[in-house]
Structure formats: structure tokens, C-alpha cells
Write a protein that binds this ligand. Structure first.
Ligand code: PAF
Length: 281
């Protein structure tokens, strides 16, 4: 496995490569990322991963400075998962000047849910992903379903700009107790870690409530179920930002009687740590 730090080295390393499969990351890798690398291996080769903590997607009060930088360990893990090339630029390489050209996704998709609580987040994500795509020029790129809205936004970006990169979804990897793996789980105290699976548990309960209502042929008051899930989390000491039933296609609230496939999504703070999760119906 080769590790390169500049765009010039990357382009040289990929000069004769075809059908590159790409997994962008911010490092601090866990089993969820490695599953994406293994999936990328099945999709073609060579497999390229990027490790870059993208300042543009962090708000000033967020954890940009304390986000763990663990490149040596990340590279060991990437090699063990079968990655061929790691692109790990520093900030001066990817943003030699302030990035004044940005990619702003449609507000209908990007200013809801995560975007409502993290203004500018998806502009930061789209801008860096577009730039990384220009550097790597992948045939296929793999994004985790754990960041469900990010996946939807990137799919829409790739489609609207007619990018030659196929966007593929990777399944969420969970701990045995159901907690979705995330780099931010490392911030949880022991007590918070024991509580953290409740986020997935409340999504399961909400999904079961919805499925029961749909099976009974009732449209179901999904907003009451959302409120119940939020109240359950609040009562256990969480600060939920949202628990929402949405259409998978456009992440809008379903209309009564909608036959569209649904997903339930949640974001909530446990102590200082903000966790997100989702479940498809
Ligand atoms: O999902 C992430 O880790 C990041 O948002 C991404 C896609 C690597 C862009 O910085």
C-alpha cells in the first residue's frame, strides 16, 4: 500500500489506473470504514482511501481541533483491509488558498435534518468530496448509510453534475449492543457508552410502531411516534435534535397514505457528544 500526501503524487500514482474505487474518510478509522474498503475491493481496483479532516464541514463550535488525527494507525488498518493507495493531504495541499468556490446543495435536501442543526455542513462536505473526486477521478465511490443524508446529498450532487462516479452505499456496522460505529463514540464516557445503544433502540421501537400501524392499514400518526421517541430519549438524559420519519428518496416527510419506502433518522446529544443513526423500514 502506498501513501501519498500531494495531488501531484496521487495523479502520478493513478496515471495508469483504471476503474478506481474510492472511500473518502476523515481518518480515526473503525470497523465501519474498513467494511467500506472491503466493499470497494469487490467493486474494482485499485482501492484508494483519503484521510483528510475537512475544516469546511465543521462549525466554529464543533470538534475540528480535537477530532483525533491518527494517520499511522489508520494506514495500518487500511492496509489490513486491502486498500492500495492512501491520499492524506495536509490542509495547505487541499486548500492552498481559502476555498472561495464551493458546492452548495439544494436547500430542500441539505437544509433539513442535519443541515438544520449544522448550517453549512453539507456545503463543506460537497465541496471537499467534489475536490477529492477531481483528484482521484474514481469510477465508483463508497459512502456509509450511517450518514444517510450525506449519502443522499452526494448521490444528488453526482447526478446533477453528471459526475462519472457511481455512488455506492455501504451498510452501517454496529457493536454487539446495537450502537452504530462512529469515530465520535470514542468521546463517550463509560456511563454514556452504556447508554448510547438507546438511540438505535428508540429507532427500532419507532419502526415497530410504524410497521404495526401500516400493517393495520392505518396511515399512522407518525408525528406522535416521533414525539414519543424524542420524549423517551429526553427522559433518559439525552438532548435529541430530531427523530424523523422520512421518505428514503428525498428525505421529506411522507404524506398520509404514501406508499414510498421510508427511513427513520435521529440525532441526539449524549453529554457533549452528538450521535446520529437511522433505520430503513
Ligand atoms: O463522512 C465523512 O467522513 C466525511 O463527511 C467525508 C465524506 C469524508 C467528507 O469529508
Amino acid at each position: 500500500m502506498r501513501i501519498v500526501h500531494t495531488i501531484a503524487e496521487l495523479r502520478q500514482a493513478l496515471a495508469s489506473a483504471r476503474a478506481t474505487a474510492f472511500v473518502p474518510t476523515m481518518g480515526n478509522l473503525h470497523e465501519g470504514h474498513l467494511a467500506l474498503i472491503r466493499q470497494a475491493r469487490e467493486l474494482g481496483g485499485p482501492v484508494v482511501a483519503s484521510v483528510f479532516v475537512n475544516r469546511l464541514q465543521f462549525a466554529p463550535h464543533e470538534d475540528f481541533d480535537r477530532y483525533p488525527r491518527t494517520l499511522a494507525r489508520d494506514c495500518d488498518l487500511l492496509m489490513s483491509a486491502g486498500c492500495n493507495l492512501v491520499f492524506a493531504p495536509d490542509e495547505g495541499e487541499l486548500y492552498p488558498k481559502p476555498q472561495t468556490f464551493t458546492v452548495t446543495p439544494a436547500p430542500a435536501l441539505a437544509d433539513i435534518l442535519e443541515g438544520a442543526f449544522r448550517p453549512g455542513f453539507f456545503t463543506g462536505v460537497c465541496t471537499v468530496v467534489m475536490k477529492l473526486f477531481q483528484c482521484v477521478q474514481p469510477r465508483v465511490a463508497v459512502f456509509g448509510r450511517k450518514d444517510y443524508q450525506q449519502l443522499a446529498v452526494i448521490r444528488a450532487m453526482a447526478s446533477q453534475f453528471a459526475l462519472p462516479t457511481e455512488i455506492v452505499a455501504g451498510d452501517t456496522v454496529r457493536a454487539d449492543d446495537g450502537l452504530a460505529l462512529s469515530s465520535r463514540n470514542a468521546y463517550l464516557s463509560e456511563t454514556e457508552r452504556a447508554e448510547a445503544p438507546q438511540l438505535a433502540a428508540s429507532l427500532h421501537a419507532l419502526r415497530a410502531g410504524l410497521q404495526a400501524a401500516l400493517k393495520a392499514g392505518e396511515p399512522g400518526d407518525f408525528q406522535a411516534l416521533e414525539r414519543q421517541a424524542m420524549a423517551h430519549l429526553s427522559a433518559r438524559g439525552w438532548q435529541p435534535d430530531y427523530v424523523a420519519v422520512r421518505r428514503r428518496t428525498d428525505l421529506q416527510a411522507p404524506c398520509p397514505g404514501d406508499a414510498e419506502p421510508l427511513v427513520v433518522l435521529a440525532a441526539a446529544r449524549l453529554g457533549p457528544t452528538r450521535l446520529i443513526d437511522n433505520l430503513e423500514l
